[in-house]
Design a protein around this ligand. Structure first.
Ligand code: NAX
Length: 326
């Protein structure tokens, strides 16, 4: 299919947006045959910066990029959109309480969800990157009653990729030999990177996980705190790796996951693995015929259960806090 698709990127002039749009234009997200119409949505004060990004996109002379348009109005930016990358969000400012951050963002994502409901393509696919990503995605989905909830997702692929990278560094196995890693729960410090079902070269994940000192004292906290470590080292938060993960997420959603592997994404829970319905929770997922399917039948041991439950409880409390403020 070579009809152009409309891709709307919010927060396009920000760090992640800037890293994402060039790779989208290059065909890394939807393949080398899919022409792309890019829409950049920004706050009014960042529209000028978005114009600068658009000039650079033009100077890339990307054969697949048929247009770039800039908006500060969500209704215009999402009109007919096939793919929405919702990256822009209100950052936590100094002294801001978590509840204030949640409610400021829920207002943004409720509005964008309602607009998507009204004007986007019927089969739009949405990935929320802006934090708190899971709850923002749940709010957007709830504000779009005519769009199936399965079309709203949130990014936990960065956590998934970080877990693979840490496993590769620890075991010496090449990244390509690592499969079936799972991220459960929230994209936050409570997330649970699960390697019990993983394959690491010719070793089982359970074998690697048997070293509980490493698992509990090193692996899990390193993956969960990687974002903070990047900020400390770079003086700025993860941008290119986050953009890379968002592109991985959408590409796999459209083109499928390898038959013998899975990935991780936050999707609206249908009640799987004891996660309450409607929470936007990270699960191990496969993409089949363009739809995410939660990997079923995994045995969850006691160690994993406690960690999944803790992260799910946090997701529930975020959603409750948002509901209480509205
Ligand atoms: P930046 O502050 O560099 O960029 C954000 C951009 O969004 C700004 O240009 C701002 O003008 C714009 N914006 C804000 N509100 C908007 C709205 N209502 N409509 C349109 N545009 C809006 O942040 P950046 O480093 O790019 O990070 C973006 C978001 O990703 C943050 O919320 C961040 O916390 C989140 N992250 C999520 C990750 C994940 O794995 N889910 C990892 C990376 C990142 O921390």
């Amino acid at each position: 299919d070579t009809t152009p698709v409309v891709v709307t990127v919010t927060g396009a002039a920000g760090s992640i947006g800037y890293a994402a749009v060039f790779r989208i234009a290059a065909g890394d997200m939807l393949g080398p045959d899919r022409p792309i119409k890019l829409r950049l949505l920004e706050l009014p004060q960042a529209v000028s910066a978005a114009h600068g990004t658009a000039m650079e996109l033009q100077d890339g002379a990307f054969p697949l990029l048929t247009s770039v348009d800039i908006f500060d109005d969500a209704r215009a930016a999402f009109d007919g959109t096939d793919f929405g990358l919702l990256i822009g969000a209100k950052p936590r400012s100094k002294g801001m309480e978590r509840a204030d951050l949640l409610s400021a963002n829920s207002a943004i994502f409720a509005e964008q969800g309602a607009v998507i409901n009204d004007v986007a393509a019927d089969d739009i696919r949405v990935i929320v990157v802006g934090n708190p990503a899971n709850t923002n995605a749940a709010v957007a989905a709830a504000s779009a009653p005519d769009v199936p909830a399965e079309r709203f997702t949130a990014l936990t692929r960065l956590d998934h990729n970080r877990a693979i990278a840490q496993l590769a560094a620890h075991t010496g196995a090449p990244v390509r030999d690592i499969s079936r890693v799972s991220i459960w729960g929230n994209h936050s410090a409570t997330q649970y990177p699960d390697i019990f079902h993983a394959r690491i070269g010719d070793r089982s994940g359970a074998d690697v996980a048997a070293d509980t000192d490493w698992l509990v004292g090193d692996f899990i906290p390193t993956v969960a705190a990687r974002g903070t470590a990047i900020i400390e080292a770079r003086g700025a938060s993860s941008a290119a790796s986050a953009a890379n993960a968002a592109i991985d997420h959408v590409r796999d959603w459209v083109l499928g996951t390898p038959a013998d592997d899975w990935t991780s994404a936050a999707v609206s829970s249908p009640g799987a693995y004891g996660v309450p319905e409607g929470l936007m929770c990270s699960f191990p997922v496969r993409s089949v015929d363009g739809a995410w399917q939660i990997v079923d039948g995994l045995e969850i041991n006691e160690f994993s259960r406690a960690r999944i439950d803790a992260s799910v409880a946090e997701l529930q409390s975020e959603l409750d806090a948002v509901a209480a403020r509205r």
